[in-house]
Design a protein around this ligand. Structure first.
Ligand SMILES: C[S@@+](CC[C@H](N)C(=O)[O-])C[C@H]1O[C@@H](n2cnc3c(N)ncnc32)[C@H](O)[C@@H]1O
Ligand code: SF4
Ligand code: SF4
Length: 358
């Protein structure tokens, strides 16, 4: 990140601090765009509804290119490609390259890793992507394949992830392994932490929710029923591991939030920076809202600048920031990152004065 970009990010969080304490209606423009290139998928995860229908009428290559040009005009600093499985779209890598040539400085890809073969990875890197999240929902094939609905998924994804990690230094890539904590894998928390340390990759613990668009199915609701005793036991073991070796593991404040998620989905004392940072653009062009609040505008009817500057958008975003929302836990780690108290809590934990076993 350049000094100018760091300054912009600091300004963004500074404005959020003003919004929180002094000016609740202050407009904070998004810095990151989340593009759901497609809602379709090649896996059948029990935690997700993407694969249950075949979404039609998704934005065409030309429409996505237009969106990307508009994002550059809005001074969006980073574009995340996601889905569904973004690599299913034949034009996905072309769109990444187009984004870079149009002037988007930072590109990120979320993927289940199945199509991220060494050859595809080379193209994705050549297109300018330098940051990756690869989802691994279990430390073994038994756990991962059961959740992801496809035999052999673990072997393919971890093979591609290992290759991605091997390429990390050469291309200065940022790589995270995303594990979504849910009923069927909560016991695997210590083992996934051990796998992250073995692979030498940062572990991000995503939190299952059935509130977010794409995830509103009965099977997902079942996965949100995480047993408190099993969660506490798994976290206690993870905490013991982290006290021995914190490398690549989530910090104490993240784990504390995770522990609270399954009893209080909203955690309203922590404002939602995520809803302010990101502009979500859905596969059929809907824009706005946040992860769990549906958009009402579409790029097929209005420009992005018109949507973002409209009073409805500003009012909704003021409410979402205050968490007058259904709650979802999406990107809770970002919400914690700009709270100075969380760093103090981490230091106290390291000194042995705090523990997850409250
Ligand atoms: C919807 S996927 C899209 C990208 C890609 N298909 C993948 O699986 O990584 C983005 C992230 O959402 C996570 N996820 C799936 N179901 C979820 C749920 N019910 N609640 C929260 N996150 C979920 C996935 O594990 C993945 O890390
Ligand atoms: S979580 Fe990702 S891989 Fe799984 S069904 Fe949803 S979009 Fe597909
Ligand atoms: S926590 Fe609330 S405001 Fe933030 S993304 Fe989730 S539903 Fe939206």
């Amino acid at each position: 990140m350049t000094i100018a970009e760091k300054a912009r990010l600091a300004m963004f969080f500074g404005r959020l601090a003003v919004k929180e304490r002094l000016a609740p209606r202050l407009h904070v423009r998004p810095l990151v765009a989340e593009l759901f290139l497609t809602d379709n998928c090649n896996l059948r995860c029990t935690s997700c509804g993407c694969w249950t229908a075949n979404t039609k009428g998704e934005l065409s290559t030309g429409e996505w290119r237009d969106v990307l040009r508009q994002l550059v005009a809005l001074r969006i600093h980073k574009v995340n490609f996601t889905g569904g499985e973004p690599l299913l779209r034949p034009d996905a890598i072309g769109l990444m390259a187009y984004a870079r040539s149009a002037g988007v400085r930072h590109l990120h890809l979320n993927s289940n890793g199945i199509r991220l073969t060494p050859a595809v990875l080379e193209e994705v890197i050549a297109a300018g992507v330098r940051s990756f999240n690869v989802s691994v929902d279990g430390p073994t094939a038994l756990v991962h394949d059961r959740i992801r609905g496809r035999l052999g998924a673990f072997a393919t994804t971890t093979e591609h992830l290992r290759h991605l990690i091997a390429e990390r230094d050469r291309h200065r890539l940022k790589v995270r392994m995303n594990f979504t904590v849910m009923r069927d894998n909560v016991d695997s928390l210590p083992a996934i932490a051990a796998l992250a340390q073995e692979l030498d990759v940062t572990l991000y613990l995503n939190l299952v929710t059935d509130r977010t668009f794409l995830f509103r199915t009965d099977a997902v609701t079942d996965q949100t029923a995480v047993d408190r005793g099993r969660l506490d036991a798994a976290l206690a073991e993870l905490e013991r591991m982290a006290r021995r070796d914190r490398r690549r593991l989530p910090r104490y404040s993240d784990l504390r939030y995770l522990r609270g998620h399954f009893s209080d989905l909203v955690q309203r004392d922590l404002p939602c920076a995520e809803s302010q940072l990101k502009l979500m653009i859905h596969s059929q062009g809907q824009v706005g809202g946040c992860w769990a609040h549906d958009p009402t505008a579409t790029v097929r009817a209005r420009t992005l600048a018109e949507i973002v500057d409209a009073p409805e958008y500003r009012e909704e975003h003021a409410r979402l920031f205050r968490k007058e929302c259904v709650g979802c836990g999406s990107n809770y780690s970002l919400n914690l990152r700009w709270r100075p108290g969380t760093y103090l809590a981490d230091l106290q934990w390291r000194a042995g004065r705090r523990s997850l076993a409250v």
